[in-house]
Design a protein around this ligand. Structure first.
Ligand code: AMP
Length: 516
């Protein structure tokens, strides 16, 4: 395909909302509206027959047929199945994500013409398993992933563009350290980045994939439900339709409290009314611990970057939930400066992804890139080893978190028994010394070792981790010619046949009923 005609598309596949952006003829990122005319598409899926409806209509269906509707599938990406069956069937979360991507693609194609290549963003704190599942979602949606980049990095790229860091004389611009605080609907990420000329270097990243605006909503839901129960002796959360309606009202109240010091919740269930006035202070009290979790993670990320607040020139707020005044107050208080809200909280991530797509397309057309992005890994990678002192298994870290990528690292181990004929190398991701508390991400086996291999023979395990998150492992057994190099065989996720069958179903092709 002629690369000039290939649109540079970036997709922010959010927990609660998703956004698509492209680069216009001048190379400027612009958001695309969906078929309903909105910039934000709710990441909500209504399963209907063999197909699915995504977005506003799916949200509406929450009020009438919640058992057919999936929300926040992104929070479960990496698990085998979505927690709740939909219309009586279980779905892998990445399939639900694929339906969302398909809708985003189809709507965007109406405006920019046919395309397949995209950049998709993920929370910086996503682990290997979740990144791979997101990649699979792209594949099942019929897309070709140019790259997956981290959401805070994408936001920083959009910010850098806006600040003129990519202009021809950009290298003369001063170096800046930026802290990106990204609180979306379902995930929280914090990344410390350095911008110098056209280079974006992530110094440290941390986060929580189970913390976002949804948790703030939930606190209001719980508060209102408890009030309702006290007044009327019944809990509306036990009825799924009423619970969905209460959640919508509470999300609305939360937004009101971002704009006004107090808000009113008006709700009715089984003919019983509830009117509740809530102040911003009350809301802050109800959610204090959630905000504290983000404070803790932010301070930790700054320390991991070996910086203090005086080294940070900008605090960039990204994600819809940073509209809550309590977030702005927290960062003002922590950093001693006014947080920067100059990038659009909703669109910055998609814009950065489109800019990145533009760079990749230009590169593949032989042009010099205007900027480069250097990343770090968000989780440590290690091998499960037997600790001779305790005879217990432990996580022997090979690549510590926050290492600049790409990186190669090696570590030596020893065989435990004489005459061992194979070695199983189990790779885990996580910080804990206990392998059980880490995420298993794959394994490889070196077979057919010499029959008389002595106990204590050195084994060298080498990892190579690329910027795009691909991991290659080499295992060498000392004194033998046994050497094994391969890309990781994943511990979880869908197989090829399953992915292809889903890809056909999501595309709307007829498939045999027994294929899935
Ligand atoms: P994102 O994933 O970045 O699109 O963020 C979506 C989250 O932002 C949802 O939880 C929304 O409820 C929340 N959000 C959007 N606007 C506001 C607002 N004005 N006040 C508080 N939260 C908001």
């Amino acid at each position: 395909m002629d690369s000039r005609k290939t649109p540079a598309i970036g997709i922010d596949l959010g927990t609660t909302y998703s956004v698509v952006a492209r680069l216009d003829e001048t190379g400027r990122p612009v958001s695309l509206v969906n078929a309903e005319g909105d910039l934000l598409t709710p990441s909500v899926v209504l399963v209907e027959g063999e197909g699915a409806i995504v977005g506003k209509e799916a949200v509406k269906a929450l009020g009438s047929e919640p058992e057919h509707v999936a929300q926040c599938a992104k929070r479960e990406v990496g698990n085998d199945l979505f927690h709740q069956p939909l219309a009586g069937r279980n779905y892998p979360p990445e399939v639900l994500e694929a339906w969302i991507l398909k809708k985003l693609h189809d709507d965007a194609a109406l405006q920019v013409g046919p395309f397949r290549q995209v950049v998709i963003t993920v929370p910086a704190y996503f682990d290997e398993v979740r990144r791979k599942a997101t990649q699979d979602a792209g594949y099942m949606a019929g897309l070709e992933l140019l790259d997956i980049i981290n959401e805070p990095t994408a936001a920083a790229v959009a910010f850098g563009y806006q600040q003129g860091f990519f202009r021809p004389n950009a290298s003369s611009r001063e170096k800046q350290n930026i802290l990106v605080y990204d609180l979306g609907g379902g995930t929280f990420d914090v990344t410390v980045m350095q911008l110098a000329g056209g280079t974006f270097t992530a110094l440290a990243t941390d986060g929580d994939v189970q913390l976002g605006g949804r948790d703030w909503d939930q606190r209001l839901v719980n508060f209102a439900a408890a009030e309702f129960q006290q007044r009327h002796g019944t809990d509306p959360r036990h009825d799924s339709v009423a619970a969905a309606r209460l959640w919508r009202e509470c999300e609305d109240l939360k937004r009101t409290l971002s704009a006004r010091p107090r808000g009113l919740l008006t709700y009715e269930f089984q003919g019983l009314p509830l009117q509740l006035e809530i102040t911003r202070e009350q809301f802050a009290d109800l959610t204090h611990d959630l905000l504290e979790r983000t404070r803790f993670t932010t301070v930790q990320a700054l320390a991991a970057a070996k910086l203090t607040w005086s080294d940070i020139q900008r605090v960039l707020l990204v994600g819809g939930s940073t509209r809550m005044p309590m977030v702005v107050d927290l960062l003002r208080q922590l950093s001693g400066r006014e947080p920067d809200r100059s990038v659009s909280a909703d669109e910055a991530v998609a814009h950065g992804a489109a800019l990145h797509a533009g760079i990749l397309l230009a590169k593949s057309a032989g042009k010099r890139p205007k900027f480069t992005v250097r990343n770090v890994n968000s989780h440590s990678l290690g091998v499960v080893a037997n600790d001779p002192a305790t005879q217990r298994e432990r996580n022997a870290i090979v690549i510590p978190r926050n290492s600049p990528l790409p990186i190669a690292a090696r570590r030596r181990f020893k065989t435990s028994k004489t005459g061992q004929n194979s070695i199983l190398v189990r790779i885990v991701e996580g910080e804990s010394a206990s392998p059980d508390a880490c995420t298993p991400i794959g394994r490889c086996v070196v077979r057919e070792l010499p029959a008389d291999l002595a106990a204590g023979t050195p084994i060298e395990v080498a990892f190579r981790y690329e910027a795009n998150g691909r991991l290659t492992i080499t295992v060498k057994v000392s004194g033998t010619d046994r050497k094994l190099t391969h890309e990781l065989t994943r511990a979880s996720g869908l197989g090829d046949a399953e992915r292809n069958a889903w890809r056909r179903r999501i595309a709307g092709d007829d498939i045999a009923a027994d294929e899935l």
